[in-house]
Design a protein around this ligand. Structure first.
Ligand code: SF4
Ligand code: SF4
Length: 175
């Protein structure tokens, strides 16, 4: 099975093309020497259909790929702008919360009521199978909700439960 678990570096070549999606050029906060912008603000270099300075785009843009770009197993029509949710792999190694050290996050790009949530669940299921012990979050306007592992198991992991083999395996993987 294809694993996106440690696929932090861009695939060379990327298995897909962005097409007319510019979701990451709007949704992400960028703070690099070459480019700074807030999340939710379309990059000034974006034409609305792609990057206007593609050949000269900053290194941070060259290295970043969403999960849809990295994982051809995710259906073609789940491209972030079409799905309404953009999934990516992120890491904050210093986080006190073990579920926030390395994880997938799906950022809603529009109101969840306009999103096909069954498709979003399909992506979450795929990530949970491909990278069993990597948490998955959903984020709306900066508010994060853990969706893998589900709450009952997450509680056991936090409580230090030793009777559940799943909880023990998760704690080992997160430590
Ligand atoms: S969100 Fe993914 S598909 Fe869309 S522009 Fe960014 S890298 Fe390309
Ligand atoms: S420089 Fe280009 S690739 Fe980078 S955020 Fe702006 S439009 Fe997107």
């Amino acid at each position: 099975m294809y694993s996106v678990r440690y696929n932090l570096q861009p695939a060379k070549p990327a298995p897909r093309q962005c097409g007319e999606c510019v979701a990451c050029c709007q949704a992400l906060r960028i703070d690099s020497p070459q480019l700074q912008k807030q999340s939710g603000v379309l990059c000034p270099n974006c034409t609305g259909k792609g990057c206007g300075i593609y050949e000269q785009r900053p290194q941070v843009c060259r290295e970043w790929l969403c999960t849809w770009m990295r994982a051809p197993e995710i259906p073609e029509d789940f491209r972030p702008d079409l799905l309404g949710v953009m999934f990516s792999y992120e890491a904050q190694s210093a986080s006190a919360n073990p579920f926030e050290r390395r994880y997938f996050v799906g950022r809603y790009l529009r109101d969840p009521s306009t999103v096909d949530l069954a498709k979003v669940e399909q992506v979450i299921d795929y990530l949970a199978r491909a990278s069993v012990h990597v948490p998955v979050w959903l984020s709306k306007d900066g508010e994060m909700r853990l969706v893998h592992p589900r709450k009952p198991l997450a509680d056991l992991i936090f409580q230090g439960d030793t009777a559940s083999a799943d909880a023990v395996a998760w704690r080992n993987a997160l430590s």
